[in-house]
Each structure stands twice: as structure tokens, then as C-alpha cells.
Design a protein around this ligand. Structure first.
Ligand code: AMP
Length: 280
């Protein structure tokens, strides 16, 4: 695996890959790689001839009081995991200038109203920061395809919309959420959970699954949202939001063939968890 940490070296390698007619896939991450991330690399591997993974803890997507400084950084372990999967290139920019030296050009790139609901409401500016880094990585790499996880459904939706507009030839692949045996969605932030919280955390997904069944039986969105919130609170979760929407992040209409989704974010102690369940 070739490891690069400057924009200049990265660009040179991309030029060679392009010249050789490779099909390039890009897997952007913030590192502390777990089996969820690795599943994206495996999907990329199956669908392209060269896989590039990026590791960059993007300061623009963290709020002032968030965990940018303490976000887990485990570069050596990450490198071994990527090598085992035969990832071709790792781009791990050594400073934020390697990614954002033209940041002023991006000042109009904003996530808009659908970036201000759900996670965007509790993390103002978060998705503007996400779109900026992903835009820069797409622009630098000009990949043929890029893989993102359905766990971060709102992020995936906004990236797909941005890509359609600015990188129309780029294919975005949505990857299923990888979970522990008892249903907890893998996340780098799970490492913040202590033993007791690790036992409670899987209940989050179980409550969401039960919520979808409840909606199907009751046909009453408001009642079901309250039912889910009560269940979450009973199990020590502090609710950030519980929301039933269409998969276009629009108001849900029951008894239609639209694809629907239940999205939720909670806090368990100081740790934020997000998850979702798609249904029709
Ligand atoms: P992050 O490092 O948290 O920015 O995540 C990088 C990519 O991995 C994003 O596309 C995430 O949606 C994806 N991802 C994170 N957790 C999981 C998971 N449990 N299963 C599948 N993909 C995931």
C-alpha cells in the first residue's frame, strides 16, 4: 500500500492511475477503522481496480464544544488493517492545508435546509463541513466511484445530492450498516462507552426496530414517536431526535409505496449514538 500525506504527492499518483486507465474508488474516513469502515473498502475493491482510502479528522465538521481533540486516532493499527485488505493507496493529509488550501472557493457550498434538520439541528454547520471535505477529496481524486455507509444516512443523502450536481459521472455506493452481534452499529465513538454503557447501547437499535413495528400497527406517527422516546428514556438514553421521514428526508406519508426511514440520535452518558431503520 502506498501511503501519502501531501496533496502534491497524492495528485501525482492520481495522475498516474488515470493515465493507466484504472477504475478508481475512494473511501473517505476519519480513521480509527472498524469492521464498518473495512466493509466499505471491500465493496470498493469489488467494484474498481484501485482503492484509495483517506484518513482525515476534518476539523470543519466538529462544533466548538465537540470531540475534535479527543477523537480516537490510531494510525498504525489503521495502516495494518488496510494493508490486510490490499488497499492500494492511503491518503492521510498531514495538515488541514493539504486539503483546504482553497477553502475560500468553497464558501458557498452549504448543505441547505436538509442539512439543518436531524443531526444538523443538534450540530449546526456539521454537514457544511462534511460537504466541503468530501468535495475537496472528490475534486483532488476524480474517482469513478465512492463508498459511504448507510449508518450516516443524512450524510449519505447530502453527499449524493452534492455529487449529482458537481460530479455527475461519479457513482456513489451506499453500504449497509455493520453491527455487533447484539445489534449495536459500529462507530469510532463506541470506544468512549464504558462497560456498563456498552451493555445498554445495543438496546437503542432494538427500540428503533420495535418502533417501526409499532408504527405499522398503530398507523399514528406522533403516537409512535412518543412511544419510542419513552422507551429510550426508560433505558437511560437522552433523546436528541426521533423522526420518521421518507428516504428523501421529506415528510412521511403512511400507506404509500414511498421508502421510509426512522432516524434517531441519542446520548448515552457523554456519547452520541446515531442509527436508523429503513422500511416500506
Ligand atoms: P467516519 O470515519 O465516521 O467518518 O466514517 C467513514 C465512513 O464509514 C462513512 O461513510 C460512514 O458512514 C461509514 N461507516 C461508519 N460506521 C459504519 C458502520 N457501522 N457500517 C458501515 N459503514 C460505516
Amino acid at each position: 500500500m502506498i501511503i501519502l500525506d501531501t496533496k502534491k504527492d497524492y495528485k501525482n499518483h492520481i495522475d498516474i492511475l488515470k493515465f493507466n486507465g484504472e477504475i478508481i474508488s475512494l473511501v473517505p474516513t476519519m480513521g480509527n477503522l472498524h469492521d464498518g469502515h473495512l466493509s466499505l473498502v471491500k465493496i470498493a475493491k469489488k467494484n474498481s481496480s484501485k482503492v484509495i482510502t483517506t484518513i482525515f479528522v476534518n476539523p470543519l465538521q466538529f462544533g466548538k464544544n465537540e470531540d475534535f481533540a479527543s477523537y480516537p486516532r490510531t494510525m498504525n493499527q489503521d495502516i495494518s488493517k488496510l494493508k490486510q485488505l490490499n488497499c492500494d493507496i492511503l491518503f492521510a493529509p498531514k495538515t488541514k492545508n493539504e486539503v483546504f488550501n482553497n477553502i475560500d472557493n468553497l464558501k458557498n457550498l452549504e448543505a441547505g435546509p436538509k442539512g439543518n434538520i436531524l443531526c444538523g439541528k443538534i450540530r449546526p454547520g456539521h454537514f457544511d463541513g462534511v460537504l466541503k471535505v468530501i468535495y475537496m477529496l472528490f475534486q483532488l481524486t476524480q474517482p469513478d466511484l465512492s463508498v459511504f455507509g448507510l449508518k450516516d444516512f443524512q450524510q449519505l443523502y447530502l453527499i449524493k445530492r452534492m455529487a449529482k450536481m458537481y460530479f455527475p459521472k461519479l457513482k456513489i455506493i451506499s453500504a449497509p450498516t455493520i453491527r455487533t452481534k447484539n445489534g449495536l452499529a459500529l462507530s469510532s465513538r463506541n470506544s468512549y462507552l464504558d462497560k456498563k454503557s456498552m451493555k445498554i447501547a445495543p438496546v437503542f437499535y432494538k427500540i428503533l426496530l420495535d418502533g417501526v413495528i409499532n408504527l405499522k400497527n398503530s398507523n399514528d406517527v406522533e403516537k409512535t414517536v412518543n412511544y419510542i422516546k419513552t422507551n429510550l428514556e426508560k433505558n437511560s438514553f437522552l433523546v436528541n431526535y426521533v423522526s420518521f421521514l421518507t428516504t428523501k428526508l421529506e415528510k412521511i406519508k403512511l400507506n404509500t409505496p414511498d421508502k421510509k426511514i426512522l432516524l434517531s440520535s441519542v446520548k448515552l452518558g457523554q456519547t452520541r449514538l446515531i442509527d436508523n431503520v429503513e422500511f416500506s
